[in-house]
Design a protein around this ligand. Structure first.
Ligand SMILES: [Zn+2]
Length: 425
């Protein structure tokens, strides 16, 4: 039966490649969140043709949702002959902007040398196509399955998932008893199981000053110099501390086992979109966006307290130093247990196909798993899918055809294990 399922998936290779290409040809670039509706309709029509009940859901009023750029999602469900657990495959349909240096058309869906090229090929339309083919092969092989299978294509993962998985989770789409197990086919490589991700705190720190004539800065108070003092304190006090912290969890790549912080953007004084001559002013405000990623051994409260401590010390020691901190986005680390049913099922699939143990990893950045755990209270969730993580968001992004086929086999095996509660031999 195992051989028959594998053969069936092999025979669908051309179909899998065609579907990945079709999905890439919808330029679902986010921001702004373009072409979501035709993309989810394409997926929905295909699944409706295979007996799925299909719902199209617009996350009205979520960030970025307008009549020009509506946040459309699709959730498709097929119930089996008898009641049982539900396995859900969730993929985001949005992709990031193309950026420069492409040598192929990013939205043509080009097949070359055993690879599919295009924006979103790896992150994550290749994974979405692989999960659809896995499910279709499974349904042909086991038409009298018990339980239910769901496939969703969701919006806005690249911008936080608020118009996608978070919105659906708030409406019960990612909670038991509707759903029991979730696989997110993000590009984490076909022999690795991603148990979760580091935490994130994105914040804006503003230092404040007082405007005055630039020829007499002593009559004002320069917010940019205050920001300089803060960066100096971060360099000397915070970064060396972060470098020392090493997680015992298998976070990839290795550099992300440490706690990290990035300065995403900084701006002080006059707007730099002005092309004329500037006026001489002492800046009264300087704003910096920081992106602090933390390991499971740390907590969000601890991360924020550490930064507040440095700011408060500067306020005491530096004349006229004043600041304001605004949260932009914050999530605790998310971590699924290694003995959770979905982990055991996918691990078994990897063993059966590759004759080796899977690698268990954690992602350096977050993805939609956070909403499924935090809002849906569903903890049996992992990321598993084809593609090389490092290629995500790069020019000439691609996904290997053989990798898509292999991961479809692993997904189909995991599906069998979770629905029939026994291994396929
Ligand atoms: Zn992704």
């Amino acid at each position: 039966m195992l051989a028959s399922l594998f053969q069936r998936i092999d025979s669908k290779t051309d179909e899998l490649v065609a579907l990945a290409c079709e999905l890439i040809r919808f330029p679902t670039v986010n921001p702004p969140g373009d072409h979501y509706l035709p993309c989810v309709e394409h997926l929905g029509r295909r699944l409706a043709g295979r007996g799925f009940a299909v719902e199209y859901l617009r996350a009205e009023g979520t960030p970025g949702d307008t009549d020009r750029y509506p946040r459309w999602n699709v959730v498709a469900r097929r119930d089996g002959a008898k009641p049982g657990p539900c396995v859900h495959f969730n993929s985001h349909i949005d992709v990031v902007e193309t950026g420069a240096n492409w040598t192929v058309d990013p939205f043509a869906g080009i097949v070359r040398d055993g690879r599919v090229y295009g924006r979103g090929a790896c992150d994550m339309k290749g994974g979405l196509a692989a999960s659809v083919i896995a499910v279709e092969a499974f349904l042909e092989e086991f038409p009298d399955f018990r339980g239910a299978i769901e496939i969703s294509g969701t919006a806005d993962e690249e911008s936080g998932g608020f118009g996608g998985v978070a919105w659906l989770a708030e409406r019960g789409y990612f909670s038991p008893p509707r759903v029991d197990h979730v696989i997110i086919p993000e590009p984490l490589n076909k022999d690795r199981i991603c148990l979760g991700h580091r935490g994130v705190w994105w914040g804006e720190i503003e230092t404040k000053g007082r405007i005055a004539h630039g020829s007499m800065p002593f009559l004002g108070d320069c917010a940019v110099r205050h920001m300089g003092a803060l960066i100096h304190a971060f360099e000397n006090e915070l970064f060396p501390e972060l470098d020392k912290r090493r997680s015992t969890h298998p976070i990839v790549p290795d550099g992300a086992k440490r706690s990290t912080m990035n300065f995403n953007a900084i701006h002080g004084g006059q707007s730099d979109d002005w092309t004329g001559l500037p006026a001489p002013n002492v800046p009264d405000s300087c704003r910096m966006v920081v992106d602090r990623r933390f390991i499971p051994e740390e907590s969000l409260a601890g991360v924020k307290a550490e930064i507040a401590g440095i700011l408060d010390r500067l306020k005491r020691s530096r004349p006229d130093f004043d600041y304001e901190v605004t949260d932009i986005m914050a999530f605790e680390p998310t971590l699924t247990s290694r003995d959770a049913p979905v982990v055991v099922a996918v691990a078994e699939g990897i063993r059966a196909l590759f004759d080796r143990e899977p690698d268990y990893i954690l992602s350096p950045g977050t993805y939609d798993q956070k909403h499924i755990a935090r809002i849906g209270k569903l903890y049996d969730c992992i990321a598993y899918g084809p593609g090389i993580l490092d290629l995500a968001h790069q020019p000439d992004e691609w996904v290997g055809i053989a990798d898509m086929v292999d991961s479809a086999k692993v997904m189909a095996l995991a599906l069998h294990r979770l629905l029939f509660k026994k291994s396929l031999s």
